[in-house]
Design a protein around this ligand. Sequence first.
Ligand SMILES: [Zn+2]
Length: 495
Amino acid sequence: MKPSSAPDSSESRKVMFNADKEKDFSTWFSEIISKAGLADLRYNVKGFVVFREWSVLAFNEMYALLERILQRKGHWPVLMPALIPEENLNKEAGHVKGFVPEVFWVTEHGAGEKFEQRMALRPTSETAFYHMYALWIRSYKDLPFKRYQRCQVWRHETNATRPFLRSREFYWIEAHCAFQNEQGAWSQVREDMETTKEFMHETLGVPFIFFQRPQWDRFAGAVETFAADTLTPDGRVLQQPSTHYLGENFSKPFNVQYVDASGAQQYAHLTCYGPAISRIFASVIAVHGDKKGLRFPFKVAPVQVVIVPFLNGVNDSKVLAYCEKLRVRLSLKFRVHTDASETRAGEKFYFWEMKGVPFRVEVGSRELKSKKAIVFRRDSETKKEVSLPGVERFIEKTALDYDATLRMTADKAFKNNTVNVSSWDELKAHARDGKFIRANFCSTAMNGVECAEKIEKELGLSVRGSIPFREEKTFGPCVACGKPSTKVVYVGKQY
Ligand SMILES: [Zn+2]
């Protein structure tokens, strides 16, 4: 029986990929999504996309890596229902105000029969988790209580949607933790920041900066919000995982209480953490891609090794048998695909480089005779002849260097990404630099908002926040209003 067709349809191979990522990132991004078969935008609900094989395989690897980190740090997985009754959402005033404008409501079932109350398709699950935490948490002995779920959430975005970056349905993990006191919750916030570093930077090679968001830009219902911002190749700021200290804001209305050691009832201190897999995927594409297309980090590549046989009509069956032996062997350790299609080898090279496969193994009559294979690296575009028994070992070893090289290249591009400004004119002059702009800011809440709004309205820049847990010394008056400044903030053009 012919195997199911691989996610490399014959028509997609014929399309040339030619957008220049450095000069025109936006076109490059759209083109790579369609040509590498990452997503299909032709689904007939606006703002919703179909994620295709190549994305789903990478998502799965990303989920597995991140969940392993979370579980190592004491989180346990659960799966919450997708429907949240309106009464849950209404319990925390700030939360309901922040999320209701974007909620998809389920109001009826079957032949138009109404539910007693509307149900939200979860836009985020605090109000589902904490409803249950009130039932599950009893004593201080139950704390800390750390749970997470992997799921998709739905938000009716009114801004223009873009696959992976901003869509009405996205895939993420949300972790919700409960502690006896403030101190425990704050150490969780720091742990979430470490987790982000381990996953985004050390594992996927995507550099970022963590900011403490300004008071007016906190997660709805949070006491404090911390979010990682990275830069796209065209210098736009892209928000990545965020972690939130919720204090008792949710534990009080949801009655998440425990009995402390002295027998007294106490409210738990809560935190939540939300790394969006689909958006992190966008950063991976954006940061590592090049003029030839995608470059996946080895750890999350949908296919890590592609075997390309040279078929010239002479030794074909022998070459294919050799390749099959090699595939079976390599599959014990890696995700491997053999491209035995009737396409010219050069076209196959081009195609799999565009799809971002880290290693290509080339086999022809010559390699058959010498019991060798040619191994090509997608990052450095170099080839090496390796003898057959050593191919696995070679790839295993080189893969570490491959991921490190991607990360170092990304770090180099991310370096020198801040510019200091001390006046409005300077801010204006640097508005299109595509960097984080470091500026002085007056931070009384209302003034802050006014000054942030002025920056947003007149220059199209957004105030991302300040460096957390570190007081940076100001170096001039407020960049927007000229009044005495109290804080150094970072400003950038938001995606
Ligand atoms: Zn000001």
